[in-house]
Design a protein around this ligand. Structure first.
Ligand code: NAD
Ligand code: DAU
Length: 341
């Protein structure tokens, strides 16, 4: 199976590619990534020598000529589409890149996949398209109406609707996955969990929005990747599959867990002005994925957070490079090393 993975240099894409290449020797992957601030080519650079199983292509999913050429020349069987602008706060500051990549980029990819006749198109989406829950509301199901509240989630909902339309109108075998908040190795430290780890280990204040009572349902990234893989292999075209971690926590509880784990004082917490339009609570009902895909989350929050903290502790150089911006010059350094300079 030859996959085109988009956004494979980001957090989840990196974990997905590592997982698939490790567990299935028959898989080949072409990774198309624009290398925005969130893309780190160094994550997978050790695979680049092995041209038969993994190839990196630097480019934009909204570049129709490039995407069409890739699908035609590489005889791609399936597309797994992770590429996106993914950070809610950035979408509040400037939503234009979100419309470009998440809406126009997804449209370009769907159109190229339709023309090339790919056998499967997995569109990776988010629980945020369903909007926000009250404290006692039942968890989101795949039938919950979409009600996005941020420019980010609105752009993802738009891309979901395009994906759905390409199945209904053209018969493109699209499967949509929606997942709750991921955490784990390679997550960019703008997101709550790695940001808290970073600040806590430096003894710096940790910003908690509002009163810290907003609730997120945390899932270990490998569990999400296994879900996307299950949808790719066994999902029914035209269907949506929810994945959640069964691990609802208030943000303050999550921050306290990390502070305690690294031995930092809880007094580092700073309650700051809330995010505009901040969704109160997300919770996912994953029964369809459990029943139809045989999937379930395997890593509980305590285990996953311990593994994640250990990963950041043993990959301090990765975090330093991301902080300093050195990761953007990674390839120059890598080529220099290869040449023995
Ligand atoms: P990320 O921000 O870490 O990575 C995004 C990747 O996409 C980067 O490598 C970036 O360079 C690339 N990219 C951005 N614009 C591009 C473009 N125009 N063309 C090609 N590549 C481009 O994101 P992530 O957290 O890994 O999320 C991956 C996907 O999963 C997204 O679609 C996101 O909406 C979805 N998702 C994320 C979470 C989460 O908790 N992080 C949860 C559910 C769903
Ligand atoms: O639910 C899935 C979504 O999870 C994905 O679709 C998004 O791509 C991903 O970014 C994530 O969105 P969130 O907005 O939930 O993640 P973030 O890590 O930014 O924030 C988690 C919660 O913590 C949220 O309620 C806001 C709060 N927060 C965040 C930051 C960065 C803080 O209190 N302080 C912070 O500094």
């Amino acid at each position: 199976m030859h996959l085109l993975v988009t956004g494979g240099c980001g957090f989840i894409g990196t974990n997905f590619i590592l997982h698939l290449l490790e567990t299935d020797p028959a898989v080949r992957i072409t990774n198309l990534d624009k290398l925005t601030y969130a893309g780190n080519r160094g994550n997978l650079a050790h695979l680049e020598g092995d041209g038969s199983r993994y190839a990196f292509v630097h480019g934009d999913i909204a570049d129709a000529a490039l995407v069409e050429q890739l699908l035609a020349e590489h005889a791609i069987d399936a597309v797994v589409h992770f590429a996106a602008e993914s950070h809610v706060d950035r979408s509040i500051t400037d939503s234009a890149p979100f419309i470009h990549t998440n809406v126009a980029g997804t449209h370009t990819l769907l159109e190229a996949a339709r023309k090339a006749g790919v056998q499967r198109f997995v569109h990776v989406s988010t629980d945020e398209v369903y909007g926000s829950l009250g404290p006692h509301d039942p968890a989101f199901t795949e039938e919950t109406p979409l009600a996005p509240n941020s420019p980010y989630s609105a752009s993802k909902a738009a891309s979901d609707m395009l994906a759905r339309a390409y199945f209904h109108t053209y018969g493109l075998p699209v499967i949509i996955t929606r997942c709750s908040n991921n955490y784990g190795p390679y997550q960019f430290p703008e997101k709550l969990i790695p940001l808290t780890y970073l600040r806590a280990t430096r003894g710096e204040p940790v910003p908690v929005y509002g009163d810290g009572s907003n609730v997120r349902d945390w899932i270990y990234v490998l569990d999400h990747c296994r879900g996307v893989e299950a949808a790719l292999r066994r999902g029914e075209p035209g269907k949506v599959y929810n994945f959640g971690g069964d691990a609802e926590r208030t943000n303050l509880e999550t921050v306290h867990t990390i502070l305690d784990a690294v031995g930092a004082p809880r007094s580092l917490v700073r309650f700051v002005t809330d995010r505009p339009g901040h969704d109160r609570r997300y919770a996912m009902n994953s029964s369809r994925a459990k029943k139809e895909l045989g999937w379930r989350p395997e890593t509980d929050f305590a285990t996953g957070i311990a593994q994640t903290i250990r990963w950041y502790q043993t990959h301090a150089a990765w975090l330093d490079d991301v902080q300093s911006g050195a990761y953007r010059q990674f390839m120059e350094k890598w080529y220099a090393k290869e040449r023995g300079v």
